[in-house]
Write a protein that binds this ligand. Structure first.
Ligand code: NAG
Ligand code: NAG
Ligand code: NAG
Length: 200
């Protein structure tokens, strides 16, 4: 169970793209500003890293000092408990840590809903995973560094990834909600309970 949670957590760091999302060929260029094609390559590199992981690809598309921050992933790794990983701290510190956390992944549906990017990064993605019973939606910020000595013009240096880990814990069976037959909470009025939720 724990290994499948860790696998799901590792997947969740950044899985992106779907079958209909276009893959643009890499470009080797001298531009100091990223093109939309290059931003899409960055996004799809991360997707490929998640969907068909290899160390070789990680070494091709991530910086050595790559860092991944995701309390959502930490929550999955911890199965809702306060350890072993501390919330608010880096989840994967270094490319090697990412590589050892990645492992073999189950096929999980993944779709890019939006992509934005700026001159030297970041590339920002909003994604959805059509899981059952609850869909997962998340946002990922991919910070990048220009590279001129490898096959990738832009390497991913830092990832900030947050998503609906509450729904993911439900899907994993870690959190079992008390629901009525039509899917509402059985433990009180949803609207009243919502009043007690923090405002963001
Ligand atoms: C662009 O990159 C190529 C290959 O590294 C190099 O030969 C060329 O001098 C560069 N051009 C500029 C304007 O930096
Ligand atoms: C590119 O340069 C960086 C920084 O010196 C180095 O870490 C990396 O291994 C180099 N990549 C290639 C493909 O030579
Ligand atoms: C679910 O909530 C209802 C309403 O509060 C309660 O009667 C029932 O015992 C709960 N079921 C479980 C399994 O906790």
């Amino acid at each position: 169970m724990r290994s499948s949670i860790v696998a799901a957590a590792a997947f969740a760091i950044g899985a992106i793209a779907g079958p209909t999302y276009p893959y643009f060929q890499k470009r080797d260029c001298n531009d100091t500003c990223m093109t939309v094609d290059q931003a899409t390559v960055v996004a799809n590199n991360f997707q490929t890293l998640i969907a068909s992981y290899s160390d070789a690809l990680a070494e091709q598309v991530l910086t050595v000092d790559f860092q991944d921050y995701s309390d959502s992933v930490t929550e999955l790794i911890n199965s809702g408990c306060t350890g072993p990983q501390a919330l608010g701290s880096v989840t994967f510190d270094g490319r090697a840590a990412f590589e050892s956390g990645q492992g073999s992944q189950p096929a999980i549906p993944f779709e890019i809903l939006n992509m934005w990017y700026a001159c030297t990064g970041p590339v920002v993605i909003r994604w959805r995973s059509a899981q059952s019973p609850e869909i997962i939606t998340g946002n990922i910020v991919l910070e990048t560094e220009r590279s001129t000595n490898g096959s990738e013009p832009w390497l991913i240096s830092t990832v900030y990834s947050e998503f609906n880990s509450g729904a993911w814990l439900v899907n994993l069976g870690v959190f079992v909600p008390n629901c009525t037959a039509d899917g509402d909470s059985a433990v009180g009025a949803v609207g009243k309970r919502a009043l007690n939720m923090p405002r963001f």
